[in-house]
Design a protein around this ligand. Structure first.
Ligand SMILES: [Mn+2]
Length: 282
C-alpha cells in the first residue's frame, strides 16, 4: 500500500491518520499492512513506476492532474483520493466522481481523512487544530497557532512518535508552541524590518516580504494593518525529488479576493485561506 501525502502539516496529519488506522489501532488485526509513505509537492512528477499492479493507493491532501489519474487507474483501480483544494478539485469538473475517498472543500485534508476512515466519530482535537489552521478558520484561536508552532519543533513525518503525543497530550504541544512562538515573533519582526517593502501589486497597496519563514498573516495584520494585500515570496530551487525551481508566493488580504488574482498564476489554492502557492510568478 502506498500513501501519497501533501508535504505540509495537514498532509502529514492525514497520512498519520492512515498509519494509525492500519498499523497502530487497526479495527481488526488482519488489516495491519506495510505502508510506504511518499511526500508530494506540486511540480514533483508522480512516481507511477513505484506502484505495483492493483496496489492500494491513498492520495491525501493532494491532487494529481486528471490525465495522471487516468494513468494511475490503468495500474490500479484501488485508489482512495481525499482532498479539499478547491482549484485542484475544479480541474476535475465532474470526472472520476465515483472514485473512492472524500473530496470536500469545507474541511481540511486531515479532517476529511478522519471522516473517511471513522465516519461519524468526533474529530479529535489535535486533528481539528491542524484543520483549523490549514483552512484558516481560526475557530480555536491561539491554541491553533501554538499547536502549529509546537509541532514545528519536532520531526513530524506520518510515522513519527510525535503524533502519538499530539493525540494523547495535545496540551503539552500547545505549551511548547507558545514558547516557540515567542521566539518566532521576534524573528518575524526582524525580517519585516530588513526584508519587507511596499509596492503596488495589481493596483493594490501591497506589503511584500522576502522570507522563507514568515507565513503568518495574523502577524501581518497586527504589524502592517494598513496594507491592502500582504505578499510573501521565496524561491524554491529545483528539488532532489525532481520538482523544477519556482517562486512560491503567498497572498493574503481582507479587502481583496486574492483568489481572483491568484487564478492567473495558481497551481494550488485553499478555499477561504486567501493563501496561494503560485508558480511562474512574475
Ligand atoms: Mn491541506
Amino acid at each position: 500500500m502506498k500513501v501519497f501525502y501533501h508535504n505540509d502539516n495537514d498532509g502529514k496529519c492525514a497520512a498519520h491518520l492512515i498509519y494509525a488506522y492500519y498499523n497502530i489501532d487497526p479495527p481488526d488485526v488482519a488489516s495491519e499492512i506495510p505502508i510506504t509513505f511518499i511526500s508530494m509537492e506540486y511540480g514533483k512528477p508522480f512516481p507511477f513506476s513505484e506502484i505495483a499492479p492493483n496496489e492500494k493507493v491513498y492520495i491525501v491532501d493532494f491532487s494529481i492532474e486528471p490525465q495522471e489519474m487516468e494513468e494511475l487507474l490503468q495500474i490500479t483501480e484501488d485508489v482512495i483520493w481525499i482532498d479539499h483544494h478547491k482549484t485542484a478539485l475544479e480541474k476535475y469538473n465532474g470526472m472520476f466522481t465515483e472514485l473512492d475517498g472524500l473530496r470536500s472543500v469545507s474541511l481540511a485534508g486531515c479532517e476529511n481523512t478522519w471522516k473517511y476512515l471513522h465516519e461519524d466519530e468526533e474529530i479529535p482535537y489535535y486533528v481539528a487544530l491542524i484543520g483549523d489552521r490549514d483552512t484558516w478558520r481560526w475557530e480555536y484561536g491561539d491554541e491553533t497557532k501554538f499547536f502549529h508552532y509546537g509541532m514545528l519543533a519536532y520531526d513530524n513525518k506520518p510515522t513519527d512518535a510525535i503524533w502519538l503525543l499530539a493525540r494523547c497530550n495535545t496540551a503539552k504541544i500547545i505549551r511548547k508552541g507558545k514558547a516557540v512562538w515567542d521566539y518566532v515573533k521576534t524573528q518575524n519582526e526582524e525580517a519585516l524590518e530588513k526584508r519587507g517593502f511596499w509596492f503596488s501589486f495589481q493596483g493594490y497597496r501591497t506589503f511584500a516580504l522576502n522570507s522563507d519563514t514568515v507565513r503568518s498573516s495574523e502577524f501581518f495584520e497586527q504589524v502592517v494593518p494598513e496594507a491592502e494585500v500582504w505578499l510573501v515570496f521565496r524561491y524554491m530551487p529545483k528539488s532532489k525529488e525532481g520538482a523544477e525551481g519556482y517562486f512560491s508566493v503567498s497572498l493574503y488580504s481582507h479587502k481583496v479576493d486574492v483568489s481572483e488574482i491568484a487564478t492567473k498564476y495558481v497551481y494550488e489554492g485553499k478555499r477561504g485561506a486567501g493563501i496561494k502557492e503560485l508558480r511562474d510568478f512574475k
